[in-house]
Structures are given as C-alpha cells and as structure tokens.
Design a protein around this ligand. Structure first.
Ligand code: ZN
Length: 285
C-alpha cells in the first residue's frame, strides 16, 4: 500500500511560493495518503457478528485483521472465507495456531481445547493451509509507518495486555507510536506520553443499539489500542466490537453493534459444541 495503491489521495494546496515552480505541484510531499482502516479482531468463527460489523461499519479503505478468526464459534469456514474476501492484512492468533497444530493444546482451558479440536475437524484443507500461513506480529501497515499490528503484545504474540501494568513495558519499549492489538477481547487501550500513562475504555450510553465513540490521538503519545472482539466480547457488553482508524484525522472510532445472537447460539448448540460457548455470548463474558 504505497501512494500508487492508496485509494484516497488527497491533494494538499501547494504553497504560494511554488506557483512559480510548477514542478513542485507534482512533489509527492504535497499528496497525502489518507486511509480509513477497519480493525477487526477475535472474530472466533462468529459469522453473524462479523456480518453485523461489516453492515454497520462506516466507509473504509482497507481491513486489518488482528487474529483469532476461529475457535469457540460454529462458523469457521464461513468466517475465513468472508475474511479473505476483505483483504490480505492478517496477524495470526493463538487459536489460529492451536487449530492448525502449531501449538499444543495443553495451555488451553477445556472449552478452548474442545472447540479447537472441533474446528480442526471442520476446516477445509485449503482453509487450514491458509490459516497455518498467517504471519505472527508485529505486522507493519504499508503506507502507515506510525502503526503496527499484533495479536497479543509486540514482544510476545501470546501475552495478554489487560492492565496498564501489562502495557507499560511494551509502550515504553516500542518505537512505533501506535500498536493495534487484540487477544484480551476488551475494547479500549492504553497510552503513555512524557508525563503520564493510563488505560481507557469507551463508555457507551446504551446496551442494545449500534453506537460509536471517537478517540482523537494526540501527538508525542504512544498508544496500544484494542478494537475489541467481533465474535466473543468479554467486557460485559454482548454487542460485537470493532474500530476504524482514520489516518487523516488521527481519530480512532470505537464501535459496538448488535447482531443476530440467537442464530450464532443455535449454530453452536446444533454443532454439539459446549453450551457454555453459546450462553457466554449473551453475557459478553
Ligand atoms: Zn481470542
């Protein structure tokens, strides 16, 4: 994704002094690439939640997927197929690794291990090979040098960044100012600047409607931002979560959207997966 493939080129008016130097009009310095990046993470084979996010997302140019496409939910092939049609930017998650045999299931809890084994049986060989080929993070975002993508943490793809205590070391160690991460299924993030460091969570007004909350990124500040989990939120809000980053305005828009919960639950139950995987979706836990 360089200037040539950028879908929204914005021509910035040339300085008055350049009027006498027409060649300056073509200087790439005066053309800014602005991208609206749809951030999806932890879809976990929940097709209904993925479709609802795509339907309620504002216009976007590219999609970045932060991993864990499968595991827990009952639509692994459908979610992989839909996700692959959205683009090529992916980071692998721990469930993606487990399902494709890249890690042992010893560290997985019984629910996660059961669904990983079930998913292994369901995947087409093509989807399994594709899932196996996903890269570990950090993954750079072409055309957006200030941002990178990880599943867990920049130094450890399997680490859970839940508290500011977890975030502080990576925030201070990384040179990339903006890291998008997933894995915890908690929408929000962490920041650090010269004087302070803290966490933040979007606070929504309703529990059942589509809503959005914006965060304007400040300069000289490092961020770790989690768009939340599309398919299995764990922050007490059952609605599917995602985010959109606009590189031009430097705003991250956090979103929640209701989805067809009943249909997702029925698929889990009729697949004979543990019923707890269906009930937890209603609680957002
Ligand atoms: Zn996950």
């Amino acid at each position: 994704m360089g200037f040539h493939s950028c879908k929204r080129l914005r021509t910035v008016p040339a300085p008055i002094s350049s009027i006498h130097h027409p060649s300056l009009f073509y200087n790439p310095k005066f053309v800014r690439c602005s991208l609206r990046i749809l951030l999806l993470s932890d879809i976990h084979a929940n097709l209904e939640a993925l479709e609802a996010c795509l339907a309620s997302a504002p216009p976007y140019d590219i999609v970045a997927n932060l991993g864990d496409l499968v595991g827990y939910g009952a639509s692994p092939n459908e979610v992989i197929e839909r996700s692959r049609r959205l683009g090529k930017i992916f980071v692998r998650g721990n469930h993606d690794k487990a399902v494709t045999g890249q890690v042992k299931l010893d560290d997985f809890n019984p629910l996660a291990a059961t669904s990983a084994l079930w998913t292994r049986d369901q995947l087409t060989s093509e989807h399994r090979d594709w899932l196996h080929s996903l890269p570990h993070g950090p993954v750079a975002l072409e055309g957006v040098p200030q941002a990178q993508l990880v599943h867990g943490s920049p130094a450890d793809e399997d680490a859970y960044v839940v508290s500011i205590g977890d975030a502080l070391v990576p925030l201070l160690a990384i040179t990339t100012p903006l890291t998008f991460f997933g894995h915890t299924h908690l929408q929000g993030g962490f920041f650090a600047n010269g004087g302070s460091a803290d966490g933040f969570r979007p606070e929504y007004r309703t529990v059942g409607q589509a809503e959005s909350i914006s965060l304007h990124l400040k300069s000289n500040t490092r961020y770790m931002i989690n768009p939340g989990s599309v398919g299995q939120p764990r922050d007490g809000d059952w609605r599917a979560a995602f985010a959109l980053f606009d590189t031009e305005t430097q705003i991250v828009h956090f979103h929640r959207t209701p989805y067809n919960l009943k249909s997702a639950q029925e698929r889990i139950l009729s697949a004979k997966l543990p019923p707890r995987l269906a009930t937890r979706l209603a609680a957002g836990r």
